[in-house]
Design a protein around this ligand. Structure first.
Ligand code: EPS
Length: 401
């Protein structure tokens, strides 16, 4: 369930996805998908491309009157920039050779897929690599994630994100914010993240927002790019997604594999993160308590980030991701020309100088996909009704544990 594939080049006609095996009877609100696409396009530090594109989803199969049929769901986003690239990126052999030559990329950018991709696939024009490696592809992954979110909403699972670092400007992570602000209810969580939505860098406070913007602008002026850290928080997950029984069923591993596969993401932390490696076990592991009234096990801390032994604990899922700076620099780094093998300056393409706020939206989407997949594997069924029945019966079963 929720297996999908994407296709499309950054300056091709469209980017496409097909989702296999969606349950039937799932209501899809197209406005919600477009809302997510819009969120991904925003953020301080984005380049000129975002002024051209107005990403809108176009669903072509698998849906009837807004409800899934259980058949493959195909969808696409048209690239508005295609109008400027038709002669260069055409799928026919009728391209404009002069324009194609002018846009040929022969000076690989350090840090991009250009050189390894070019050598591996035997391309003499590195555009054949960068067009697909481009983070433009994350637009359609965000759309797939929106469908996963619609599915998860049936089970009251909510996904949030914020940015906790841009370059050297850091702000507290979710565990610290919760403690500082004494956030306990879902209402307070939503309030905090509503505030994040107002920040052009998706930061939690006005002061941090101002400092982050200043840093992005400073590096932009210097022709440079800057990375950062984003954090995804999921509420409402049941205990029991994933499994300790096999390496490939562990939810940590599934999340890590998919989240690191987002362009420019170079690591992952859960809950207390890498800092936990500095502390003794007694300060790390989340002690277990039992609420007699609610007949429920609970924790007072969440250093595990909602995962133990590859299984969701029922606490909030907390994932943190570092994003490296984008490799396209207007003050280019040293490289080598593919033809002459002489030193050269790396290719300059129009680009963003910071895309961390956008990456946090993509990370929400990818988290939603992994969780929807895990959910439907555990509570599986051909229709949303069947999955709900299975889910409710499981909740009853664990209530009586
Ligand atoms: C992106 C579209 C791209 C880039 C960016 C993400 O458009 P263009 O290449 O036309 O500027 O802005 O991609 C990269 C940073 C990259 O290295 O490829 C988007 O839609 O998010």
């Amino acid at each position: 369930m929720f297996d999908y594939i994407t296709a499309g080049e950054s300056h091709g006609p469209e980017i496409t996805a097909i989702i296999k095996d969606l349950p039937a009877g799932l209501k899809i609100n197209i406005d919600n998908i477009n809302k997510q696409l819009k969120r991904r396009q925003q953020g301080h530090g984005r380049g000129g491309r975002m002024d051209i594109e107005k990403d809108r989803i176009n669903i072509t199969s698998g849906l009837r009157e807004g409800i899934t049929l259980g058949s493959p769901l195909a969808m696409n986003i048209k690239n508005k920039d295609w109008a400027n690239w038709e002669d260069i990126m055409t799928v026919t052999n009728k391209g404009d050779q002069n324009k194609i030559k002018a846009k040929r990329v022969a000076e690989p950018r350090p840090g991009h897929a250009d050189l390894p991709g070019g050598i591996k696939f035997n391309h003499s024009d590195l555009r054949n690599v960068l067009e697909r490696a481009s983070a433009r592809e994350t637009a359609i992954r965000t759309a797939v994630g929106s469908i996963a979110r619609e599915f998860l909403a049936n089970f009251e699972v909510e996904i949030f994100s914020h940015v906790t670092g841009i370059g050297t400007v850091k702000s507290p992570n979710w565990l610290a914010i919760k403690e500082q602000k004494n956030i306990t209810s879902i209402k307070e969580i939503r309030e905090y993240f509503n505030q994040v939505e107002q920040s052009p860098v998706r930061a939690g406070s006005k002061e941090t927002t101002a400092k982050m913007i200043e840093l992005i602008d400073k590096w932009k002026e210097a022709g440079d790019s800057v990375g950062g850290i984003c954090e995804v928080i999921v509420t409402g997950l049941p205990l029991g997604l994933g499994s300790h029984t096999h390496h490939d069923l562990k939810l940590e591993g599934q999340l890590a594999a998919e989240l690191i596969a987002i362009q420019a993401i170079k690591g992952i932390e859960f809950g207390g993160g890498f800092k936990l490696a500095e502390k003794p076990g007694s300060q790390v592991h989340d002690e277990i308590f039992y609420d007699n009234d609610k007949k429920k096990f609970y924790r007072k801390s969440n250093n595990s980030g909602g995962l133990e032994g590859g299984i969701s604990t029922g606490e909030e899922l907390i994932v943190r991701l570092p994003m490296k700076p984008i490799p396209t620099l207007s003050q280019p780094l040293k490289t080598v020309n593919l033809d002459s093998k002489e030193p050269a300056e790396a290719a300059k393409e129009r680009s963003d100088n910071c895309a961390v706020p956008s990456a946090s939206i993509v990370a929400e989407a990818v988290t939603a996909i992994v969780l929807a997949k895990s959910f439907s594997n555990k509570f599986g069924g051909d229709s949303i009704k069947e999955i709900k029945n299975n889910y409710n019966s499981y909740l009853k079963q664990i209530e009586n544990y």
